[in-house]
Design a protein around this ligand. Structure first.
Ligand SMILES: Cc1ncc(COP(=O)(O)O)c(C=O)c1O
Length: 430
C-alpha cells in the first residue's frame, strides 16, 4: 500500500485488499488447519522454504490482515499478533534475549509488564536493570553491560502518563549497539509512531484503544526493520547463526528485514503458542477501522475533564500531558502533537477513605480494571493493577500511592464532569 497515505486512510483500508467478488470486510478464517495437494508441498512449508498457511498456531489469514494493518499504521516492515499484550511484550523481549543475557527497562511501565520483566524474566535467567527514563546520560551508560540485548520502555506510561523521550533513549540504545523496544499501547499509531523517532520495535496491548469496545484481549508486535542485526552478528546469534530447529536456517539471510518477526512467528509461536484467535483478530480489525475517529474524541474529551479537575479545589493534582502546566507538556508537543490519549492521573485532597468514597459515589464513571476503551472508567493502581508492587516499587516507578487513573471514554464530556462533581460532593457527606 502507498506509503504516503495518511493514518486515517490506513486505519480504514490497510492490511486487507479484497479482489473481485471477495468480501469487503475481512473474513474470519475459523480453521485450525489448511489443505495441501502433496506431502512435498507441506514439507516445504515446514522448512520455511515456501510461504503459506498450514496451522493457525503459526499463522492465520484473518490474523495476518490485522497484523498487516497495524504494521502499515506504525510504518513497519513486518508484524504479528499475539494472544495478549503481555504475550506481545514477552515475545518481543524473549525473541532476542535469553538465559545469561541482560536487558534494561525504564521504571515507568504498566504493573503487569513490571512483574514480567522484574520477576518472571529473572526466573528464566534474564538479568534486568531498571532505570528512570529521565536519568542522566552517565546513569544510563552505567546500566549497560557487555551482554545487554535491548532497552524497553512505554511511549506513554500506564498509569502515570509520562512520555518517553524516544529520540534520546533510542540514541543511547543504538550507541550501545542494542535496539529500543517501545510499548505504544496508549497513544496508538494514530497519535505517535515511535519508529519516526528511532525506536526499532513496537508492541501493543490491542485489548485497549485498538479494540476500543473492551471485547477481546490481544497483542501485537511490529518491527521497523531498521536495526541491523548482522552489524552485531556475535551478539544476536539467535538471528544471525543457524537455527537447528529449522535444519540450520539463518533468519537474517533467509528473511532480511523480516528476520525478527519471522523468527518470533515460526520459532516462539511454534513452541510457546500464544496465538490470537481469528475471531478476536476480526474484532480487532473492526476496531482499527474507526481508531482515528475515536482517538480524536478520547483526547478532546479527556482535555476537557483534565481542565475541570485542574481548577477544582478538591483535587490535589492532575497529570495530563496536554495541560500547559503539565511537566510532560513540551514532550507532548514533540511526540504527541495531536494529543496523547484519554488517560489521565490525579489525586483527590484527603485520605484514602475519602478517595474510596469518591470512587464509590460515581455513577457514569465505573470502577474497572480496564482502561482505554469507549466506557469511562476509574481505578486506584496501588490497590488494583499495581497491587503486587511494594510502596517502594511504586515510588521508584514514579507512581504516587494516592494516584487515581481515569480513562475517558466516548460519552459526553460534560456528563462525565457532572458525575465527578456530584461524586466529590457525595463523598464529603458520606
Ligand atoms: C501499556 C500496557 N502494555 C501491556 C499491557 C498488557 O496487555 P494485556 O492486558 O492485553 O495482556 C497493558 C495492560 O493494561 C498495558 O496497559
Amino acid at each position: 500500500m502507498n506509503k504516503n497515505l495518511h493514518i486515517d486512510t490506513l486505519c480504514v483500508q490497510a492490511g486487507y485488499n479484497p479482489g473481485k467478488g471477495e468480501p469487503r470486510q475481512v473474513p474470519i478464517i475459523q480453521s485450525t488447519t489448511f489443505k495441501y495437494e502433496t506431502s512435498e508441498q507441506m514439507g516445504r512449508l515446514f522448512d520455511l522454504e515456501e510461504n503459506g498457511y498450514f496451522y493457525t498456531r503459526l499463522q492465520n489469514p484473518t490474523n495476518d490482515h490485522a497484523a498487516a494493518q497495524i504494521t502499515a499504521m506504525e510504518g513497519g516492515v513486518a508484524g504479528m499478533l499475539t494472544s495478549s499484550g503481555q504475550a506481545a511484550n514477552f515475545f518481543a523481549i524473549f525473541n532476542i534475549c535469553q538465559a545469561g543475557d541482560h536487558m534494561i527497562s525504564t521504571t515507568s511501565i504498566y504493573g503487569g509488564t513490571y512483574n514480567l520483566i522484574g520477576v518472571t524474566l529473572p526466573k528464566m535467567g534474564i538479568e534486568v536493570t531498571f532505570i528512570d527514563q529521565d536519568a542522566s546520560d552517565e546513569e544510563w551508560a552505567k546500566a549497560f553491560k557487555t551482554n545487554t540485548k535491548l532497552v524497553f520502555g512505554e511511549t506513554l506510561s500506564n498509569p502515570n502518563v509520562r512520555i518517553l523521550d524516544i529520540e534520546r533513549i533510542a540514541g543511547i540504545a543504538h550507541a550501545h549497539g542494542v535496539p529500543l523496544i517501545v510499548d505504544n499501547t496508549f497513544p496508538t499509531p494514530v497519535n505517535c509512531r515511535p519508529f519516526e523517532f528511532g525506536a526499532d520495535i513496537v508492541t501493543h496491548s490491542t485489548t485497549k484503544y485498538m479494540d476500543g469496545q473492551g471485547v477481546q484481549v490481544g497483542g501485537a508486535i511490529v518491527d521497523s526493520g531498521n536495526f541491523d542485526w548482522e552489524q552485531y552478528h556475535d551478539k544476536y546469534t539467535c538471528l544471525t547463526e543457524p537455527d537447528e530447529s529449522y535444519h540450520g536456517l539463518i533468519y537474517t539471510q533467509a528473511f532480511g528485514k523480516a528476520a525478527y518477526i519471522t523468527k518470533a512467528t515460526s520459532q516462539l509461536m511454534r513452541d510457546l503458542g500464544s496465538i490470537q484467535s481469528p475471531q478476536n483478530a476480526f474484532y480487532l480489525h473492526l476496531g482499527l477501522q474507526t481508531l482515528h475517529v475515536r482517538m480524536k474524541r478520547h483526547t478532546e474529551s479527556a482535555l476537557k475533564v483534565a481542565q475541570y479537575l485542574e481548577q477544582n479545589p478538591d483535587i490535589a493534582w492532575v497529570r495530563f500531558p496536554e495541560l500547559e502546566n503539565d511537566p510532560e507538556h513540551a514532550r507532548q508537543q514533540k511526540y504527541l502533537p495531536n494529543g496523547s490519549c484519554g488517560v489521565m492521573a490525579f489525586a483527590v485532597k484527603g485520605d484514602r477513605t475519602f478517595a474510596n468514597k469518591f470512587m464509590d459515589s460515581l455513577q457514569l464513571v465505573t470502577i474497572e480494571t480496564h482502561v482505554a476503551d469507549c466506557h469511562t472508567c476509574i481505578l486506584h493502581p496501588a490497590a488494583h493493577t499495581h497491587r503486587q508492587l511494594s510502596e517502594a516499587d511504586l515510588l521508584a516507578a514514579g507512581i504516587d500511592p494516592n494516584l487515581i487513573r481515569l480513562s475517558i471514554g466516548l460519552e459526553d464530556p460534560q456528563d462525565l464532569i457532572n458525575d465527578i462533581a456530584n461524586a466529590l460532593e457525595q463523598a464529603k457527606n458520606r
